[in-house]
Design a protein around this ligand. Structure first.
Ligand SMILES: Cc1cc2nc3c(=O)[nH]c(=O)nc-3n(C[C@H](O)[C@H](O)[C@H](O)COP(=O)(O)O)c2cc1C
Ligand code: SF4
Ligand code: SF4
Length: 275
């Protein structure tokens, strides 16, 4: 096999691991089939956002992000715009969403990648369990989703080996100006921007897992219990990873939005691939 590439670079933000799982699968397939090493940069935690990637035309990039409010996560936007300095690097854009919709997120990611010097040759929108709910898109990505991810990785390798660098057409607005506005069960706007997790101190063992997984560095160890004192993006990392279930969001608008999602969406959209 005539391979001129030196490595497959994964790049991912993934507070609860769903996006990372998808990214690893595609990176793994491409790296194995091209017989080149792979490396993943995960910028979920603040320390990883102090550095950027310099990539050349013999690198391959797979960049995966979760969808938040129909776009790439707002609080990551600034970092994403400077995360990669590429020179015609063949690249794959992936968005992972929880079964409502990915709206403009894929087009926005492709646009950021192109402005960073990437040559986007493939893109995908994949459903994974919605972190807000235990009932939405459960079991996704399924075994058949994973099989199609593998096939997609294979297709990307085919394109590279055939020197086909065409850019896929992806749906959505590449320069979106609005975010999806979450709704309550009665159809009115849900306002939970300022909501934060609350701790049931009787369940907290002061293990500080929550402190260590918060992408915003907004949880501090305070004597015995965590203190939430910064921006909360509702990423769910702390409450999903707390080993005792001590954390939850009790905000009524947030809970009504989750109920609305569960009432109206099944999370059964197939994986979509563009290349
Ligand atoms: C703040 C926030 C907003 C979200 N907005 C959407 C959305 O607009 N559409 C959707 O289908 N899923 C949405 N989701 C679900 C996530 O995209 C999905 O759960 C994803 O798998 C989370 O990625 P992770 O497991 O890598 O953290 C949202 C999740 C969060 C935390
Ligand atoms: S992860 Fe849970 S148990 Fe551990 S410190 Fe945080 S709230 Fe307490
Ligand atoms: S405090 Fe908010 S931002 Fe931090 S991990 Fe918890 S949900 Fe995510």
């Amino acid at each position: 096999m005539d391979v001129k590439y030196k490595r497959v670079q994964g790049l991912v933000f993934s507070p609860t691991g769903g996006t990372r799982h998808v990214c690893e699968r595609i990176v793994g397939t491409m790296s194995r089939e091209m017989n080149v090493p792979s490396v993943i940069k995960d910028y979920t935690l603040p320390a990883e956002r102090e550095t950027s990637l310099q990539l050349s035309s013999d690198d391959l990039l797979v960049w995966a992000t979760p969808v938040y409010a129909g776009r790439v996560p707002n609080k990551m936007l600034e970092y994403m715009k400077m995360a990669v300095c590429a020179k015609d690097t063949p690249s794959v854009a992936i968005v992972v969403y929880g079964g409502r919709s990915y709206d403009d997120a894929l087009a926005e990611l492709v646009s950021i990648m192109k402005q960073s010097g990437c040559k986007v040759i493939g893109a995908a929108a994949i459903v994974a369990r919605h972190v807000f709910s235990d009932n939405l898109a459960v079991g996704r990505p399924s075994a058949s989703d994973v099989a199609s991810l593998d096939l997609f990785g294979h297709r990307m390798v085919d394109k590279l080996l055939l020197h086909i660098f065409s850019e896929p057409i992806v749906p959505g607005d590449a320069e979106p100006t609005k975010y999806y506005a979450p709704l309550k069960t009665d159809g009115t706007k849900a306002s939970f921007l300022k909501a934060k997790p609350v701790c049931d101190n009787s369940l907290c063992t002061s293990c500080w897992t929550c402190v260590n997984v918060c992408p915003m560095g907004s949880i501090k160890p305070d004597e015995k219990y965590p203190r939430f004192d910064g921006i909360c993006i509702k990423c769910a990392a702390c409450w999903r990873m707390c080993p005792t279930g001590a954390l939850s969001i009790t905000d009524v608008d947030f809970l009504s939005h989750v109920a609305m999602l569960e009432d109206n969406y099944k999370g059964n959209q197939p994986p979509l691939f563009f290349y």
